[in-house]
Design a protein around this ligand. Structure first.
Ligand SMILES: Nc1ncnc2c1ncn2[C@@H]1O[C@H](COP(=O)(O)OP(=O)(O)O)[C@@H](O)[C@H]1O
Ligand SMILES: [Mg+2]
Length: 195
């Protein structure tokens, strides 16, 4: 379980959230929803330990392997699709399997920079799956995918990450509201649980 106690985050004089507390249960998908610009990405990054809160504490991450789909793809544009995965997850078989699963089996040697927007997103997802881990931080993983692929990738993620601890940001209501998910809805600013 990841636990945030009374965490606050400010940028300059802008308060993103103040004394926010929440828990992310082990083995459950916890979904963060709320308007654009509210602070979801900031909250996810603080919960992941990538950023420190100005006040409060986040606990429960010690010793866990963390895997990310960041809001931006963060690919090595000149490296091939396969190399993009191998540089974080060196098991070649597994890397190729994940590329197949996201529908990039024929694009292995293409430079990431030459892929379409949707393909880049799928590569970032394949990389996170290949890397694996105890907890997955997915910041709008379906972003930039076309409608057909969106459904496919949503069900792929459901299948591959069933029973994993997942912290997910999505605007896709179907994806968010799957049975078993804990959905945390936020209002604001500053970001706070919806009344
Ligand atoms: N590194 C930063 N420096 C200054 N302001 C930031 C930074 N990161 C985010 N913000 C601001 O914090 C607010 C929340 O951003 P963000 O967490 O990206 O929202 P969301 O993911 O919900 O769209 C926005 O107003 C954004 O401009
Ligand atoms: Mg965001």
């Amino acid at each position: 379980m990841i636990e945030a106690k009374e965490i606050s985050k400010r940028y300059g004089d802008k308060t993103v959230f103040e004394r926010l507390s929440l828990t992310v249960e082990t083995g459950v998908w916890t979904v963060l929803t709320g308007a654009s610009g509210l602070g979801k990405t900031t909250l996810l990054r603080v919960l992941a330990g990538l950023e420190q809160p100005d006040e409060g504490v986040v606990s429960g991450l010690d010793g866990l392997r963390k895997s990310f789909v960041f809001q931006e793809n963060r690919l090595l544009e000149r490296a091939s699709a396969l190399e993009n995965i191998l540089c974080v997850a060196p098991d070649r078989e597994r890397a190729m399997k994940m590329l197949e699963l996201v529908g990039l089996g024929t694009e292995l040697s293409k430079p990431a920079g030459k892929l379409s927007g949707g393909m880049k997103r799928r590569l970032a997802i394949a990389r996170a799956l290949a890397y694996g881990g105890d907890v997955f931080f997915l910041d709008e993983p379906l972003r930039e995918l076309d409608k057909g692929t969106e459904t496919q990738i949503a069900s792929l993620l459901r299948g591959e990450l069933q029973g994993k601890t997942v912290l997910l940001i999505t605007h896709d209501e179907d994806f968010a509201n799957r049975p078993g998910n804990t959905v945390l809805r936020f209002a604001g600013p500053p970001m706070k649980p919806e009344a």
